[in-house]
Design a protein around this ligand. Structure first.
Ligand code: HEC
Ligand code: HEC
Ligand code: HEC
Ligand code: HEC
Ligand code: HEC
Length: 193
């Protein structure tokens, strides 16, 4: 009798361990493991393309993402561009008030906003916006899926841990597939300097 009770107690204990194990592997697999293979970063300012485009402040893309006189692409605009409007508040949102505080501090230190670039390529890749936009007449959305004033991107995003690539980086096969289709050279030195 005593022996039997002991047995039952033991097997119940076994089930508890089983379920604890299942729970632990779910937590590890779904919550912890993805965190280990990605590194999260947050944009320094929650900039909204929607609030600055057609339905908002009414700015055109080229007012911020222009080509310089020498033909090179200016990329993300400097802080001075933002301050053309935000020297004084444009609205009453908390996001803007927070931004103005950050902007004042950076301006005093003579620094720019340290933006993260979603499609940033590794250093050994050479890419030219002028070749694709001015010569090949491509639209921004062909390569930047999530931007274009239609959506706001999540300001928190994941760098791929093993490669260190940003989340929207274009893979070599994609570049090469289009170059091949358009009859452009795919010699290594075209893209790798
Ligand atoms: C007021 C200035 C401003 C205007 C106008 C503007 N942008 Fe931007 N853009 C930014 C800033 C600041 C960033 C960096 C923060 C971010 O990624 O949201 C950015 C980032 C981007 C990026 C992301 C590049 C990357 O890989 O990280 C793309 C693509 C882009 N803009 C396209 C556009 C297009 C298309 C338009 C017109 C519909 C436009 N932008 C209008 C300021 C502007
Ligand atoms: C053929 C693909 C392609 C097209 C078309 C394209 N981009 Fe890009 N863009 C890229 C790549 C690739 C990068 C990353 C470059 C790097 O890291 O050297 C990038 C980077 C950027 C950046 C980050 C900052 C910087 O200085 O590079 C901005 C802003 C940007 N693009 C805006 C635009 C806008 C606005 C348009 C449309 C006028 C556009 N792009 C069209 C591929 C493209
Ligand atoms: C032509 C004027 C103009 C320029 C240039 C401009 N903004 Fe704005 N910005 C506005 C207006 C208008 C609003 C909307 C204010 C409101 O209604 O709350 C706004 C809103 C904002 C907000 C608050 C967004 C939110 O979610 O409520 C932030 C942050 C911001 N801007 C940052 C920037 C940054 C960073 C730049 C430079 C890359 C910039 N702005 C350039 C006019 C401008
Ligand atoms: C959808 C098509 C397409 C995609 C995607 C594309 N390219 Fe191109 N690329 C072109 C075309 C077309 C040209 C030729 C432009 C011209 O000179 O007329 C070109 C030209 C170039 C050049 C030559 C510029 C010069 O100075 O001669 C480089 C470098 C380049 N691309 C790099 C890249 C890289 C890197 C990627 C991927 C990140 C990429 N391209 C993705 C179509 C594309
Ligand atoms: C049309 C542009 C283009 C051409 C041509 C090209 N590459 Fe690349 N390459 C890229 C881009 C963009 C990346 C970064 C993204 C990636 O890893 O796919 C890259 C990455 C690489 C990497 C690093 C890959 C990794 O996983 O770390 C190697 C190695 C490489 N290229 C070798 C070559 C060699 C060798 C050639 C010639 C046979 C070549 N590439 C031609 C665009 C190009």
């Amino acid at each position: 009798m005593e022996k039997e009770m002991e047995k039952e107690g033991k097997s119940k204990g076994g089930w508890i361990f089983f379920w604890v194990g299942v729970a632990a592997s779910l937590v590890l697999g779904w919550l912890i493991f993805p965190g280990l293979i990605h590194s999260k970063k947050v944009q320094p300012v929650h900039y909204s393309h929607l609030k600055h485009g057609e339905g908002g402040a009414g700015l055109q893309c080229e007012e911020c993402h222009a080509f310089r006189d020498d033909g090179s692409f200016a990329g993300i605009p400097p802080l001075a561009k933002c301050l053309e409007c935000h020297e004084s508040p444009q609205g009453s949102s908390k996001e803007e008030a927070d931004f103005i505080k950050v902007a004042e501090k950076l301006k005093q230190e003579n620094k720019n906003i340290p933006w993260l670039i979603y499609s940033e390529q590794p250093d050994n890749v050479y890419f030219s916006h002028a070749a694709h936009i001015k010569m090949a007449k491509m639209k921004c959305e062909e390569c930047h899926k999530l931007v274009g004033g239609k959506t706001d991107k999540n300001p928190v995003y994941n760098y791929k841990w093993i490669s260190g690539y940003a989340p929207e980086v274009m893979m070599m096969e994609t570049c090469e597939a289009c170059h091949e289709k358009k009859g452009k050279s795919n010699a290594c030195f075209v893209c790798h300097k």
